[in-house]
Design a protein around this ligand. Structure first.
Ligand code: NAD
Length: 498
Protein backbone atom coordinates (compact mmCIF):
# COMPACT_ATOMS: atom_id res chain seq x y z
CA UNK A 1 0.00 0.00 0.00
CA UNK A 2 1.48 3.32 -1.01
CA UNK A 3 1.73 6.02 1.60
CA UNK A 4 1.94 9.75 1.18
CA UNK A 5 4.76 10.07 -1.38
CA UNK A 6 5.01 13.87 -1.24
CA UNK A 7 8.42 14.72 0.04
CA UNK A 8 11.31 17.06 0.14
CA UNK A 9 14.50 15.09 -0.34
CA UNK A 10 17.65 16.75 0.91
CA UNK A 11 20.76 15.14 -0.51
CA UNK A 12 23.87 15.93 1.51
CA UNK A 13 26.83 15.41 -0.82
CA UNK A 14 24.90 16.35 -3.97
CA UNK A 15 28.04 17.06 -6.01
CA UNK A 16 29.54 13.67 -5.18
CA UNK A 17 29.97 10.48 -7.13
CA UNK A 18 27.08 8.57 -5.56
CA UNK A 19 24.58 11.38 -6.17
CA UNK A 20 25.61 11.70 -9.80
CA UNK A 21 25.96 8.05 -10.74
CA UNK A 22 23.08 6.58 -8.74
CA UNK A 23 20.72 8.98 -7.02
CA UNK A 24 19.83 11.45 -9.79
CA UNK A 25 19.38 8.74 -12.47
CA UNK A 26 17.26 6.67 -10.04
CA UNK A 27 15.03 9.63 -9.23
CA UNK A 28 14.65 10.28 -12.94
CA UNK A 29 13.60 6.68 -13.55
CA UNK A 30 10.97 6.99 -10.84
CA UNK A 31 9.82 10.23 -12.47
CA UNK A 32 9.56 8.74 -15.96
CA UNK A 33 7.59 5.76 -14.66
CA UNK A 34 5.14 8.17 -13.03
CA UNK A 35 6.12 7.01 -9.54
CA UNK A 36 6.89 10.51 -8.30
CA UNK A 37 3.95 12.84 -7.96
CA UNK A 38 4.35 16.48 -8.89
CA UNK A 39 4.73 17.07 -5.21
CA UNK A 40 8.39 16.34 -4.80
CA UNK A 41 11.45 18.51 -4.60
CA UNK A 42 15.14 17.94 -4.06
CA UNK A 43 17.56 20.27 -2.33
CA UNK A 44 21.12 19.34 -3.17
CA UNK A 45 23.51 20.25 -0.41
CA UNK A 46 27.28 20.34 -0.77
CA UNK A 47 30.25 22.51 0.01
CA UNK A 48 30.97 24.01 -3.39
CA UNK A 49 29.11 27.23 -4.37
CA UNK A 50 26.73 26.55 -7.27
CA UNK A 51 23.68 28.32 -8.65
CA UNK A 52 20.39 26.44 -9.02
CA UNK A 53 20.88 26.53 -12.79
CA UNK A 54 24.34 24.99 -12.56
CA UNK A 55 23.07 22.31 -10.22
CA UNK A 56 20.11 21.51 -12.47
CA UNK A 57 22.50 21.24 -15.40
CA UNK A 58 24.66 18.77 -13.46
CA UNK A 59 21.56 16.70 -12.63
CA UNK A 60 20.64 16.68 -16.31
CA UNK A 61 24.19 15.69 -17.33
CA UNK A 62 24.20 12.85 -14.80
CA UNK A 63 20.89 11.48 -16.08
CA UNK A 64 21.98 11.63 -19.70
CA UNK A 65 25.36 10.07 -18.90
CA UNK A 66 23.77 7.22 -16.95
CA UNK A 67 20.68 6.53 -19.02
CA UNK A 68 21.29 8.12 -22.41
CA UNK A 69 17.87 9.78 -22.55
CA UNK A 70 16.29 13.05 -21.48
CA UNK A 71 12.55 12.98 -22.18
CA UNK A 72 10.79 15.64 -20.07
CA UNK A 73 14.10 16.36 -18.38
CA UNK A 74 13.40 20.11 -18.08
CA UNK A 75 10.30 19.39 -16.06
CA UNK A 76 12.23 16.90 -13.92
CA UNK A 77 15.15 19.22 -13.13
CA UNK A 78 12.82 22.11 -12.32
CA UNK A 79 12.22 20.28 -9.01
CA UNK A 80 15.92 20.51 -8.04
CA UNK A 81 17.45 23.28 -5.91
CA UNK A 82 20.87 23.81 -4.48
CA UNK A 83 22.28 25.13 -1.25
CA UNK A 84 25.97 25.56 -0.56
CA UNK A 85 26.58 24.29 2.93
CA UNK A 86 29.23 23.55 5.50
CA UNK A 87 28.07 20.54 7.46
CA UNK A 88 29.89 21.63 10.61
CA UNK A 89 28.44 25.15 10.74
CA UNK A 90 25.09 25.92 12.44
CA UNK A 91 24.50 28.98 10.26
CA UNK A 92 24.37 26.74 7.20
CA UNK A 93 21.61 24.67 8.77
CA UNK A 94 19.64 27.74 9.80
CA UNK A 95 19.55 29.04 6.24
CA UNK A 96 18.84 25.52 4.93
CA UNK A 97 15.85 25.33 7.28
CA UNK A 98 14.40 28.58 5.91
CA UNK A 99 14.98 27.44 2.34
CA UNK A 100 13.37 24.05 3.04
CA UNK A 101 10.29 25.73 4.49
CA UNK A 102 9.85 27.84 1.35
CA UNK A 103 10.19 24.82 -0.93
CA UNK A 104 7.83 22.81 1.25
CA UNK A 105 5.22 25.56 1.01
CA UNK A 106 5.71 26.01 -2.74
CA UNK A 107 5.15 22.30 -3.56
CA UNK A 108 2.68 21.52 -0.70
CA UNK A 109 4.93 18.76 0.63
CA UNK A 110 3.05 18.33 3.92
CA UNK A 111 6.24 18.82 5.94
CA UNK A 112 7.61 15.42 4.82
CA UNK A 113 11.38 15.26 4.73
CA UNK A 114 13.97 12.72 3.68
CA UNK A 115 17.57 13.49 4.60
CA UNK A 116 19.90 11.45 2.40
CA UNK A 117 23.50 11.41 3.62
CA UNK A 118 25.60 10.74 0.50
CA UNK A 119 28.79 11.93 2.16
CA UNK A 120 31.88 10.64 3.87
CA UNK A 121 30.79 8.68 6.96
CA UNK A 122 32.77 10.82 9.40
CA UNK A 123 30.10 13.51 8.87
CA UNK A 124 27.05 11.30 9.54
CA UNK A 125 26.91 11.91 13.29
CA UNK A 126 27.58 15.65 13.02
CA UNK A 127 24.88 16.15 10.39
CA UNK A 128 22.28 14.19 12.37
CA UNK A 129 23.01 16.22 15.51
CA UNK A 130 22.76 19.52 13.64
CA UNK A 131 19.55 18.51 11.89
CA UNK A 132 17.97 18.23 15.30
CA UNK A 133 19.63 21.11 17.15
CA UNK A 134 19.07 23.56 14.27
CA UNK A 135 15.41 22.59 13.89
CA UNK A 136 15.38 20.83 10.50
CA UNK A 137 13.75 17.74 11.94
CA UNK A 138 11.01 19.83 13.50
CA UNK A 139 8.35 19.05 10.90
CA UNK A 140 4.65 18.39 10.75
CA UNK A 141 5.07 15.41 8.38
CA UNK A 142 7.39 12.44 8.47
CA UNK A 143 11.16 12.71 8.76
CA UNK A 144 13.48 9.97 7.57
CA UNK A 145 17.23 9.60 7.52
CA UNK A 146 18.86 7.60 4.74
CA UNK A 147 22.39 6.67 5.56
CA UNK A 148 25.03 5.13 3.31
CA UNK A 149 27.60 2.54 4.16
CA UNK A 150 29.91 2.13 5.94
CA UNK A 151 27.94 2.16 9.19
CA UNK A 152 30.96 2.37 11.49
CA UNK A 153 34.18 0.40 11.07
CA UNK A 154 33.59 -1.96 14.00
CA UNK A 155 30.92 -2.57 16.63
CA UNK A 156 32.19 0.19 18.94
CA UNK A 157 32.22 2.92 16.28
CA UNK A 158 28.87 1.69 14.90
CA UNK A 159 27.37 1.98 18.40
CA UNK A 160 28.72 5.50 18.73
CA UNK A 161 27.33 6.51 15.34
CA UNK A 162 24.01 4.92 16.16
CA UNK A 163 23.85 6.81 19.42
CA UNK A 164 24.39 10.09 17.59
CA UNK A 165 21.79 9.54 14.92
CA UNK A 166 19.29 8.16 17.44
CA UNK A 167 19.29 11.53 19.22
CA UNK A 168 17.58 12.97 16.14
CA UNK A 169 15.74 10.00 14.61
CA UNK A 170 13.95 6.95 15.99
CA UNK A 171 14.94 3.49 14.74
CA UNK A 172 11.81 3.45 12.52
CA UNK A 173 12.96 6.68 10.88
CA UNK A 174 16.45 5.40 10.01
CA UNK A 175 16.95 3.77 6.61
CA UNK A 176 20.41 2.17 6.52
CA UNK A 177 21.24 1.46 2.89
CA UNK A 178 22.63 -1.87 1.84
CA UNK A 179 22.34 -1.53 -1.91
CA UNK A 180 22.44 -5.31 -2.36
CA UNK A 181 18.97 -5.33 -0.81
CA UNK A 182 17.81 -3.21 -3.75
CA UNK A 183 18.94 -5.81 -6.28
CA UNK A 184 16.14 -7.61 -8.04
CA UNK A 185 17.50 -11.12 -7.51
CA UNK A 186 18.42 -10.54 -3.88
CA UNK A 187 14.79 -9.55 -3.31
CA UNK A 188 13.82 -12.64 -5.26
CA UNK A 189 15.53 -15.00 -2.78
CA UNK A 190 12.57 -15.01 -0.42
CA UNK A 191 10.07 -15.48 -3.25
CA UNK A 192 12.03 -18.41 -4.72
CA UNK A 193 12.17 -19.97 -1.27
CA UNK A 194 8.74 -19.28 0.11
CA UNK A 195 6.57 -19.39 -3.02
CA UNK A 196 7.72 -22.77 -4.37
CA UNK A 197 6.51 -26.04 -2.94
CA UNK A 198 9.48 -27.84 -4.52
CA UNK A 199 12.11 -25.84 -2.63
CA UNK A 200 10.92 -25.07 0.87
CA UNK A 201 10.62 -28.73 2.01
CA UNK A 202 14.22 -29.31 0.85
CA UNK A 203 15.64 -26.10 2.28
CA UNK A 204 17.46 -27.56 5.28
CA UNK A 205 20.35 -29.73 6.40
CA UNK A 206 18.68 -32.96 5.32
CA UNK A 207 18.82 -32.07 1.64
CA UNK A 208 21.33 -29.25 1.20
CA UNK A 209 25.02 -30.08 1.50
CA UNK A 210 26.46 -26.55 1.26
CA UNK A 211 25.75 -23.07 -0.03
CA UNK A 212 28.29 -20.92 -1.87
CA UNK A 213 28.01 -17.17 -2.30
CA UNK A 214 30.54 -15.48 -4.56
CA UNK A 215 30.75 -11.78 -5.27
CA UNK A 216 33.76 -11.14 -7.47
CA UNK A 217 35.01 -8.03 -9.20
CA UNK A 218 37.44 -7.57 -12.05
CA UNK A 219 38.23 -4.01 -11.05
CA UNK A 220 40.92 -3.19 -8.55
CA UNK A 221 40.64 -0.48 -5.94
CA UNK A 222 40.74 2.32 -8.59
CA UNK A 223 40.68 5.79 -7.02
CA UNK A 224 39.27 4.57 -3.71
CA UNK A 225 42.62 3.62 -2.15
CA UNK A 226 42.35 6.07 0.71
CA UNK A 227 38.95 4.72 1.81
CA UNK A 228 39.78 1.10 1.08
CA UNK A 229 42.93 1.18 3.20
CA UNK A 230 40.74 1.88 6.24
CA UNK A 231 38.24 -0.78 5.28
CA UNK A 232 39.29 -3.89 3.32
CA UNK A 233 37.03 -6.58 1.89
CA UNK A 234 35.86 -7.88 5.27
CA UNK A 235 34.35 -4.56 6.31
CA UNK A 236 33.46 -3.32 2.83
CA UNK A 237 31.67 -6.46 1.60
CA UNK A 238 31.33 -9.20 4.21
CA UNK A 239 29.92 -7.31 7.20
CA UNK A 240 27.03 -5.98 5.12
CA UNK A 241 26.26 -7.43 1.68
CA UNK A 242 27.53 -11.00 2.10
CA UNK A 243 26.00 -11.42 5.56
CA UNK A 244 22.69 -10.01 4.34
CA UNK A 245 22.58 -12.64 1.59
CA UNK A 246 23.38 -15.36 4.15
CA UNK A 247 20.50 -14.12 6.33
CA UNK A 248 18.00 -14.13 3.44
CA UNK A 249 19.02 -17.65 2.44
CA UNK A 250 18.93 -19.01 5.97
CA UNK A 251 15.99 -17.27 7.67
CA UNK A 252 12.82 -19.08 8.69
CA UNK A 253 9.65 -18.20 6.78
CA UNK A 254 8.26 -15.02 8.35
CA UNK A 255 4.69 -15.32 9.62
CA UNK A 256 3.81 -12.46 7.27
CA UNK A 257 5.68 -10.18 4.91
CA UNK A 258 5.84 -7.19 7.21
CA UNK A 259 9.02 -5.25 7.85
CA UNK A 260 9.20 -6.30 11.49
CA UNK A 261 8.54 -9.99 10.86
CA UNK A 262 11.14 -10.26 8.11
CA UNK A 263 13.72 -8.32 10.07
CA UNK A 264 13.19 -10.37 13.18
CA UNK A 265 13.71 -13.62 11.23
CA UNK A 266 16.94 -12.21 9.81
CA UNK A 267 18.09 -11.19 13.26
CA UNK A 268 17.49 -14.76 14.46
CA UNK A 269 19.93 -15.95 11.80
CA UNK A 270 22.55 -13.45 12.99
CA UNK A 271 22.01 -14.66 16.53
CA UNK A 272 22.63 -18.25 15.41
CA UNK A 273 25.97 -17.52 13.72
CA UNK A 274 28.79 -19.59 15.12
CA UNK A 275 31.27 -17.08 16.53
CA UNK A 276 34.77 -17.66 15.22
CA UNK A 277 37.65 -16.20 17.20
CA UNK A 278 41.32 -16.51 18.03
CA UNK A 279 43.25 -19.30 16.30
CA UNK A 280 39.97 -20.80 15.02
CA UNK A 281 39.77 -17.98 12.49
CA UNK A 282 42.42 -19.84 10.46
CA UNK A 283 40.05 -22.80 10.05
CA UNK A 284 37.14 -20.69 8.91
CA UNK A 285 38.43 -17.60 7.09
CA UNK A 286 41.02 -16.81 4.44
CA UNK A 287 42.21 -13.36 3.43
CA UNK A 288 44.04 -12.29 0.33
CA UNK A 289 45.56 -9.30 -1.41
CA UNK A 290 46.08 -9.06 -5.15
CA UNK A 291 49.47 -8.94 -6.73
CA UNK A 292 50.10 -7.93 -10.32
CA UNK A 293 48.68 -10.00 -13.14
CA UNK A 294 46.88 -9.99 -16.45
CA UNK A 295 43.22 -9.21 -16.91
CA UNK A 296 41.62 -9.26 -20.35
CA UNK A 297 45.11 -9.20 -21.92
CA UNK A 298 46.13 -6.15 -19.94
CA UNK A 299 48.89 -6.09 -17.37
CA UNK A 300 47.59 -4.71 -14.07
CA UNK A 301 49.51 -3.63 -11.01
CA UNK A 302 49.56 -5.04 -7.51
CA UNK A 303 47.32 -3.53 -4.82
CA UNK A 304 50.36 -2.14 -3.01
CA UNK A 305 51.24 -0.07 -6.07
CA UNK A 306 47.77 1.48 -6.43
CA UNK A 307 47.38 5.22 -5.73
CA UNK A 308 47.02 6.18 -2.06
CA UNK A 309 47.86 2.67 -0.89
CA UNK A 310 50.65 1.91 1.57
CA UNK A 311 53.55 0.04 -0.07
CA UNK A 312 53.48 -2.40 2.86
CA UNK A 313 49.70 -2.50 3.13
CA UNK A 314 48.13 -5.45 4.95
CA UNK A 315 44.62 -4.55 3.81
CA UNK A 316 42.79 -7.54 2.40
CA UNK A 317 41.22 -7.28 -1.06
CA UNK A 318 39.80 -10.80 -0.86
CA UNK A 319 37.98 -12.80 1.79
CA UNK A 320 36.68 -16.36 1.75
CA UNK A 321 34.95 -17.83 4.73
CA UNK A 322 32.93 -20.68 6.09
CA UNK A 323 29.93 -19.44 8.02
CA UNK A 324 28.07 -21.92 10.23
CA UNK A 325 24.56 -21.32 11.47
CA UNK A 326 24.02 -23.32 14.60
CA UNK A 327 20.29 -23.87 14.58
CA UNK A 328 17.99 -26.82 13.90
CA UNK A 329 17.57 -26.12 10.19
CA UNK A 330 21.20 -25.52 9.31
CA UNK A 331 23.32 -27.52 11.76
CA UNK A 332 26.23 -28.97 9.77
CA UNK A 333 25.64 -27.03 6.52
CA UNK A 334 28.50 -24.68 5.59
CA UNK A 335 27.67 -21.37 3.96
CA UNK A 336 30.82 -20.52 2.05
CA UNK A 337 31.28 -16.89 1.12
CA UNK A 338 33.90 -15.41 -1.18
CA UNK A 339 34.46 -11.85 -2.36
CA UNK A 340 37.34 -9.97 -3.85
CA UNK A 341 38.81 -7.52 -6.29
CA UNK A 342 40.84 -8.24 -9.42
CA UNK A 343 39.29 -11.64 -9.87
CA UNK A 344 38.53 -13.49 -13.11
CA UNK A 345 34.98 -12.27 -13.53
CA UNK A 346 32.56 -9.64 -12.36
CA UNK A 347 29.79 -11.71 -10.95
CA UNK A 348 27.56 -12.30 -7.93
CA UNK A 349 26.11 -15.79 -7.69
CA UNK A 350 24.64 -18.07 -5.09
CA UNK A 351 24.96 -21.83 -5.55
CA UNK A 352 22.78 -24.12 -3.44
CA UNK A 353 24.25 -27.60 -3.68
CA UNK A 354 21.87 -30.42 -2.80
CA UNK A 355 23.06 -33.65 -1.21
CA UNK A 356 23.85 -36.65 -3.36
CA UNK A 357 21.04 -39.14 -3.86
CA UNK A 358 21.33 -42.22 -1.60
CA UNK A 359 22.36 -44.63 -4.35
CA UNK A 360 23.63 -43.76 -7.74
CA UNK A 361 22.39 -46.00 -10.57
CA UNK A 362 23.48 -43.83 -13.43
CA UNK A 363 27.05 -42.91 -14.10
CA UNK A 364 27.86 -40.22 -16.55
CA UNK A 365 30.62 -41.25 -18.88
CA UNK A 366 33.76 -41.53 -16.75
CA UNK A 367 32.40 -39.52 -13.85
CA UNK A 368 29.91 -39.55 -11.06
CA UNK A 369 26.52 -37.91 -11.32
CA UNK A 370 26.48 -34.19 -10.77
CA UNK A 371 24.66 -33.08 -7.66
CA UNK A 372 21.57 -30.95 -8.18
CA UNK A 373 22.37 -27.28 -7.98
CA UNK A 374 20.14 -24.26 -7.76
CA UNK A 375 22.04 -21.21 -8.95
CA UNK A 376 20.72 -17.73 -8.23
CA UNK A 377 22.35 -15.22 -10.55
CA UNK A 378 22.39 -11.84 -8.82
CA UNK A 379 24.53 -9.80 -11.26
CA UNK A 380 25.33 -9.01 -14.00
CA UNK A 381 22.91 -11.68 -15.25
CA UNK A 382 19.72 -11.98 -13.28
CA UNK A 383 18.02 -15.32 -13.15
CA UNK A 384 17.95 -18.82 -11.76
CA UNK A 385 19.25 -22.10 -13.09
CA UNK A 386 18.36 -25.52 -11.81
CA UNK A 387 20.91 -28.20 -12.65
CA UNK A 388 19.30 -31.63 -12.99
CA UNK A 389 20.29 -35.01 -14.40
CA UNK A 390 18.39 -36.52 -17.31
CA UNK A 391 18.83 -39.33 -19.76
CA UNK A 392 21.30 -38.77 -22.54
CA UNK A 393 19.59 -39.01 -25.94
CA UNK A 394 20.28 -42.36 -27.58
CA UNK A 395 20.10 -46.02 -26.64
CA UNK A 396 21.97 -46.16 -23.32
CA UNK A 397 20.77 -45.18 -19.90
CA UNK A 398 23.60 -42.74 -19.36
CA UNK A 399 22.73 -39.61 -17.44
CA UNK A 400 23.75 -36.12 -18.37
CA UNK A 401 23.36 -32.77 -16.78
CA UNK A 402 20.54 -30.53 -18.03
CA UNK A 403 19.90 -26.95 -16.97
CA UNK A 404 16.55 -25.26 -16.54
CA UNK A 405 17.16 -21.54 -16.77
CA UNK A 406 15.12 -18.47 -16.19
CA UNK A 407 16.84 -15.22 -17.13
CA UNK A 408 15.27 -12.03 -15.92
CA UNK A 409 17.36 -10.03 -18.33
CA UNK A 410 15.88 -11.77 -21.37
CA UNK A 411 12.28 -11.13 -20.42
CA UNK A 412 12.37 -7.76 -18.74
CA UNK A 413 15.67 -6.40 -20.04
CA UNK A 414 14.70 -2.75 -20.04
CA UNK A 415 12.44 -2.92 -17.03
CA UNK A 416 14.62 -4.26 -14.26
CA UNK A 417 14.74 -1.27 -11.96
CA UNK A 418 18.09 -0.17 -10.60
CA UNK A 419 18.64 -1.02 -6.93
CA UNK A 420 18.77 2.58 -5.77
CA UNK A 421 15.55 3.36 -7.57
CA UNK A 422 13.70 0.72 -5.57
CA UNK A 423 15.31 1.77 -2.32
CA UNK A 424 14.46 5.44 -2.84
CA UNK A 425 10.90 4.50 -3.68
CA UNK A 426 10.65 2.26 -0.60
CA UNK A 427 11.93 5.05 1.59
CA UNK A 428 9.44 7.57 0.21
CA UNK A 429 6.78 4.95 0.74
CA UNK A 430 7.80 4.29 4.34
CA UNK A 431 8.81 0.67 3.70
CA UNK A 432 11.99 -0.15 5.63
CA UNK A 433 12.01 -3.90 4.91
CA UNK A 434 15.01 -3.74 2.62
CA UNK A 435 17.09 -1.52 4.86
CA UNK A 436 19.14 -2.90 7.71
CA UNK A 437 17.90 -2.67 11.25
CA UNK A 438 20.36 -1.71 13.97
CA UNK A 439 20.21 -5.23 15.47
CA UNK A 440 21.35 -6.75 12.17
CA UNK A 441 24.20 -4.25 11.95
CA UNK A 442 25.29 -4.90 15.53
CA UNK A 443 25.24 -8.72 15.32
CA UNK A 444 27.04 -8.64 12.03
CA UNK A 445 29.79 -6.35 13.36
CA UNK A 446 30.26 -8.48 16.41
CA UNK A 447 30.78 -11.54 14.14
CA UNK A 448 33.21 -9.72 11.85
CA UNK A 449 35.13 -7.92 14.62
CA UNK A 450 36.41 -11.19 16.03
CA UNK A 451 37.91 -12.05 12.67
CA UNK A 452 39.53 -8.68 12.09
CA UNK A 453 40.88 -8.67 15.63
CA UNK A 454 42.72 -11.92 14.97
CA UNK A 455 43.97 -10.73 11.58
CA UNK A 456 45.34 -7.56 13.12
CA UNK A 457 47.60 -9.62 15.37
CA UNK A 458 48.75 -12.09 12.71
CA UNK A 459 51.28 -11.22 10.06
CA UNK A 460 49.75 -11.46 6.58
CA UNK A 461 51.91 -12.70 3.79
CA UNK A 462 50.68 -10.47 0.99
CA UNK A 463 50.28 -10.35 -1.95
CA UNK A 464 49.03 -13.92 -2.13
CA UNK A 465 46.96 -14.07 -5.29
CA UNK A 466 47.62 -12.97 -8.79
CA UNK A 467 45.28 -10.47 -10.40
CA UNK A 468 42.94 -12.23 -12.81
CA UNK A 469 42.51 -15.37 -10.66
CA UNK A 470 39.82 -16.51 -8.25
CA UNK A 471 41.88 -15.71 -5.14
CA UNK A 472 44.54 -17.50 -3.07
CA UNK A 473 44.89 -21.30 -3.03
CA UNK A 474 43.89 -21.33 0.63
CA UNK A 475 40.37 -20.33 -0.45
CA UNK A 476 40.12 -23.57 -2.45
CA UNK A 477 41.60 -25.58 0.40
CA UNK A 478 38.93 -24.21 2.73
CA UNK A 479 36.33 -26.21 0.79
CA UNK A 480 38.55 -29.14 -0.13
CA UNK A 481 39.06 -30.09 3.48
CA UNK A 482 35.25 -30.44 3.78
CA UNK A 483 35.08 -32.49 0.57
CA UNK A 484 33.70 -29.66 -1.59
CA UNK A 485 34.97 -27.26 -4.23
CA UNK A 486 33.89 -23.87 -5.51
CA UNK A 487 31.67 -24.39 -8.52
CA UNK A 488 33.51 -22.69 -11.38
CA UNK A 489 31.65 -19.48 -12.18
CA UNK A 490 31.97 -19.91 -15.93
CA UNK A 491 30.15 -23.28 -15.80
CA UNK A 492 27.26 -21.56 -14.10
CA UNK A 493 26.50 -18.96 -16.72
CA UNK A 494 22.82 -18.57 -17.37
CA UNK A 495 21.59 -19.19 -20.93
CA UNK A 496 19.76 -16.06 -21.89
CA UNK A 497 16.49 -17.00 -23.53
CA UNK A 498 15.31 -13.99 -25.49
P1 NAD B 1 32.31 11.93 -2.87
O1 NAD B 1 33.61 12.18 -2.22
O2 NAD B 1 32.26 11.77 -4.36
O3 NAD B 1 31.30 13.12 -2.50
C1 NAD B 1 31.29 13.74 -1.26
C2 NAD B 1 30.28 14.88 -1.21
O4 NAD B 1 30.33 15.45 0.09
C3 NAD B 1 30.54 16.03 -2.17
O5 NAD B 1 29.28 16.46 -2.67
C4 NAD B 1 31.14 17.12 -1.28
O6 NAD B 1 30.86 18.43 -1.71
C5 NAD B 1 30.43 16.86 0.00
N1 NAD B 1 31.18 17.39 1.17
C6 NAD B 1 32.39 16.98 1.63
N2 NAD B 1 32.73 17.71 2.73
C7 NAD B 1 31.71 18.56 2.99
C8 NAD B 1 31.45 19.55 3.98
N3 NAD B 1 32.33 19.81 4.96
N4 NAD B 1 30.28 20.22 3.92
C9 NAD B 1 29.41 19.99 2.95
N5 NAD B 1 29.58 19.06 1.98
C10 NAD B 1 30.73 18.37 1.99
O7 NAD B 1 31.67 10.66 -2.13
P2 NAD B 1 30.69 9.52 -2.73
O8 NAD B 1 31.49 8.53 -3.50
O9 NAD B 1 29.54 10.16 -3.42
O10 NAD B 1 30.21 8.75 -1.42
C11 NAD B 1 29.27 9.30 -0.51
C12 NAD B 1 28.85 8.23 0.49
O11 NAD B 1 28.24 7.14 -0.19
C13 NAD B 1 29.98 7.62 1.31
O12 NAD B 1 29.48 7.29 2.57
C14 NAD B 1 30.31 6.35 0.54
O13 NAD B 1 30.91 5.37 1.36
C15 NAD B 1 28.92 5.94 0.13
N6 NAD B 1 28.87 5.06 -1.04
C16 NAD B 1 29.29 5.51 -2.27
C17 NAD B 1 29.19 4.68 -3.38
C18 NAD B 1 29.60 5.17 -4.74
O14 NAD B 1 29.31 4.44 -5.70
N7 NAD B 1 30.20 6.32 -4.89
C19 NAD B 1 28.68 3.38 -3.23
C20 NAD B 1 28.25 2.95 -1.97
C21 NAD B 1 28.34 3.81 -0.89
Amino acid sequence: MEQNMNSLIMIFGATGDLAKRKLFPSLYRLFERGRLTNKFAVIGVARRPLSNDEFQQSVKDSVVAALGRDKNIEEFISHFYYQSHDVTDSNSYISLKKFAEQIDYHYSLDGNRIFYLAMAPEFFGTIALHLKSDGLTDVSGYKRLVIEKPFGHDLESAKELNKQIRTAFSEEEIYRIDHYLGKEMVRNIEVIRFANAIFEPLWNNRYISNIQITSSEILGVEERGRYYETSGALRDMVQNHMMQMVALLAMEPPIKLSTNEIRSEKVRVFRSLRAVEGEEVKDYFVRGQYGEGTIEDEQVQAYRNEPMVDKQSTTETFVAGKVMIDNFRWAGVPFYIRTGKRMTEKSTKIVIQFKDIPMNLYYQTEKMLNPNLLVIHIQPEEGITLHLNAKKAGGHLDAQEVKLSFANTGVHAMNTPEGYEKLLFDCMNGDATNFTHWDEVAYSWSFVDKISKFWQKEQASFPNYQSGTMGPNAADELLEKDGFFWWPVTDLEVDICK
